[in-house]
Design a protein around this ligand. Structure first.
Ligand SMILES: [Zn+2]
Length: 696
């Protein structure tokens, strides 16, 4: 497999962009296709790239050896696949109050025209629809800015006009005219809900964010509301606010819980139905126990039940199937309390798990030999469970754009007392690798030696980075006595600092003989490639994702630039990293990899101190001084260089489909298929898993 990867990467070096099916579902794409078709020595040809539009690419991923799984495992995966998709509507509603109404309007237009209408304006509408589905709503999934269709408002109005009134999601008392006026204003008015998640601390974070997690309340009110709930005398506090919307009714703050009989009940009822079926085919009692507790939480809405579920989930380490299904990540809430619905269903990749297990087994060695201060080292690094999994289906906040690893639960006290589980979505990482090719490397890296090394080594180096980030990175370190959770102490900087800390643990060890001794890395060249990649991506390539004039807001991007810019500055006097400017192009060239490693260690020690002591001021300074600002000249240069590659900066996925083969009432097999048409999948989901009212 490694040889194949290399062969493909090398041939792609000479192609300006990777292949793509631009003629999908009769949608004419205006993407220029000057691709050199790559002849890869592949037995079964799996097309990784399915579609490209705006700043997005839609990829596909494969679940190798699915057919070889036992029937019971396949059946379990099918039930969990259904449970995942039954929650899909929730993320649209959480992202913005009228997203489901807009989505159903778009779907109605597609059903009416069957995507056969031909015109430039219609093509623009199609692009808007695809962007909307990709982002689970009308705000960009990454920048969180509202995007507006390129077809005119008059044209959009015309499209709606042709659709039968009964097919449109009219609200009670609305005529088709008032509905059309309302919905097109929602879509087109740049003043309405301009930003999904505002992190601009000069404004009220709640009222300036469009997310539908609060209504009629201010930042101050919400902070005061939750501050009173935390019992400071114990640490086993649940993550208050995780599964609810807060609204003001008659002058009082009221909590609307996501639960059976509460908010999102119609979706949750179906999720429970499929989870109950899953308990009947669970692999073992630990897994069954976790399912049962998750069902109990969905029924009760009690966060203590969610904690019980998470503890049971952490204990289930033997199963080959894993499930994330619930209100998990809090990035969509400017105050970091409300969990977005997501589901990831996965199955163990036995081959790759050996690599990550070798690292996990040495967790204590990594902790003991880390650069952090002795008092911040864990004496017993607990509960690190390391395996590589392959995604089978993802939904909600985890799709179409997806994380490449999972590290849960998020509750800090459960992590401390019961441990956590870390997994790397192996087939997702592989799909990114295969789709990326070598054009970015060719453009942004300094010389042939570096390019060759990155192309050869980056695939494994990236996997090792992700493994260590999740397995020994997030798990490392401890707080000083009396210091609270970092979401309380470091506030809006907690996420970026935590990601930086985990990256730094990985970077520190990527240039260590230990990995060679463990048999997971062939030579230190892989470490060099990882360093070249991190610096070049953090200081140059990722700027291609930022709109002109904007600053960096997303946590992972902030942390990457912060780390790279910090080591660049601190290494200046020794010329550790050299900024070169040749033929109008900027490069960052590493002169001394060993010294760079020391600098990574220094920053790791400092960020661990910031976290362990809850030093808000120092944490804020690191992010604000190194992770946020963008040099406009360099930014402009990067945008030009990047656009010449005709690559899309953001990628997401079409999901595989699981279909049971029935004999009467009995499932006798489950087949997996890999759809190629993004629109068709979105439309099918819109029919099969449309469970919530348009307004919730
Ligand atoms: Zn992370």
């Amino acid at each position: 497999m490694n040889n194949l990867l290399k062969a493909l990467s090398f041939s792609l070096l000479f192609a300006s962009c990777t292949s793509s099916d631009n003629e999908l579902a009769g949608v004419k794409s205006n993407v220029k296709n000057d691709t050199v078709k790559v002849e890869a020595p592949v037995q079964e040809k799996f097309e990784y790239v399915a579609d490209k539009f705006a700043d997005l690419r839609v990829l596909r991923y494969e679940v190798k050896d699915f057919d070889k799984l036992p029937l019971q495992t396949k059946t379990l995966l099918y039930y969990l696949h259904e449970a995942a998709l039954c929650g899909r509507d929730i993320i649209y509603d959480q992202n913005y109050k009228y997203n489901l109404t807009i989505r159903r309007t778009i779907e109605a237009i597609f059903r009416f025209y069957k995507n056969e209408k031909q015109s430039e304006e219609y093509d623009k509408f199609v692009v808007y629809a695809k962007r909307f589905w990709f982002s689970n709503g009308m705000h960009h999934h990454y920048s969180s800015d509202k995007f507006i269709p390129e077809c005119s408002k008059e044209y959009f109005t015309e499209l709606i006009g042709m659709v039968d009134e009964k097919a449109l999601p009219l609200m009670p008392g609305q005529t088709k005219e008032t509905f059309t006026k309302f919905i097109t204003e929602q879509i087109y008015d740049p003043q309405i809900a301009p930003k999904k998640v505002s992190l601009d601390s000069k404004k009220d974070l709640i009222t300036s964010s469009a997310v539908n997690l609060f209504e009629g309340v201010t930042e101050k009110e919400v902070i005061a509301f939750y501050a009173g709930m935390v019992d400071k005398t114990k640490k086993e506090n649940p993550m208050y606010g995780l599964n609810s919307k807060v609204v003001k009714e008659n002058g009082k703050l009221v909590v609307k819980k996501y639960m059976l009989g509460g908010m999102y009940s119609a979706s949750i009822e179906k999720i429970i139905y499929w989870l109950e079926k899953a308990t009947e085919v669970a692999e073992n009692s630990a897994q069954r126990d976790a399912f049962v507790k998750l069902i109990r939480f969905y029924r009760s809405g009690r966060l203590e039940d969610f904690d019980d579920y998470n503890i049971a989930w952490v204990k289930d380490t033997a199963s080959s199937v894993d499930l994330v299904n619930g209100f998990i990540e809090v990035y969509n809430d400017p105050l970091g309390k409300k969990g977005s619905f997501e589901s990831v269903v996965s199955v163990k990749d036995f081959e790759a798990s050996k690599r990550i297990a070798a690292i996990g087994a040495q967790a204590q060695w990594f902790e003991d030999n880390s650069s952090i201060l002795p008092q911040h080292k864990k004496k017993n690094v607990k509960g690190i469970s390391a395996k590589v999994i392959n995604a089978v289906v993802e939904s909600g906040d985890a799709a179409p754009s997806t994380p490449i690893g999972i590290n849960l639960p998020n509750s800090e006290w459960i992590r401390e007392v019961h441990g956590s589980k870390s997994v790397n979505l192996g087939n997702i990482v592989e799909a990114y690798d295969m789709a990326a090719g070598g054009s970015v490397v060719n453009e942004f890296y300094y010389n042939d030696e570096i390019k060759k090394r990155v192309l050869e080594c980056a695939s494994l180096a990236d996997k090792l980075h992700t493994d260590m980030h999740e397995v020994i990175g997030h798990a490392s370190g401890q707080a000083e006595p009396g210091v609270g959770a970092s979401s309380e102490t470091l506030k809006n900087y907690a996420n970026a600092l935590e990601e930086g800390r985990a990256d730094l643990v990985a970077l520190y060890y990527l240039y260590d003989q230990k990995l060679i001794d463990l048999g997971v890395m062939p030579s230190l060249d892989y470490g060099k490639a990882a360093y070249d990649e991190y610096i070049t991506k953090g200081l140059i390539v990722q700027l291609s994702r930022i709109k002109p004039g904007k600053e960096i807001e997303e946590a992972h991007m902030r942390n990457r630039q912060m780390v790279a810019a910090w080591v660049y500055e601190k290494g200046k006097k020794d010329n550790v990293i050299e900024k070169k400017f040749e033929n109008g192009k900027t490069y960052f060239f590493i002169n001394d990899y060993a010294k760079l490693r020391v600098l990574f260690g220094d920053l790791l020690r400092e960020i661990q101190r910031v976290k362990s002591q809850g030093d808000y001021k120092a944490g804020k300074d690191l992010i604000e001084n190194y992770g946020v600002k963008v040099d406009p000249l360099l930014h402009k240069e990067v945008m030009e260089r990047y656009s010449s590659l005709q690559m899309a900066p953001y990628q997401g996925f079409i999901q595989p489909t699981l279909t049971p083969v029935m004999e009467g009432e009995k499932i006798i097999d489950v087949k997996i298929s890999y759809p190629t048409d993004f629109i068709r999948q979105m439309m099918e989901y819109g029919v099969n898993y449309s469970l919530l009212p348009s307004i919730n």
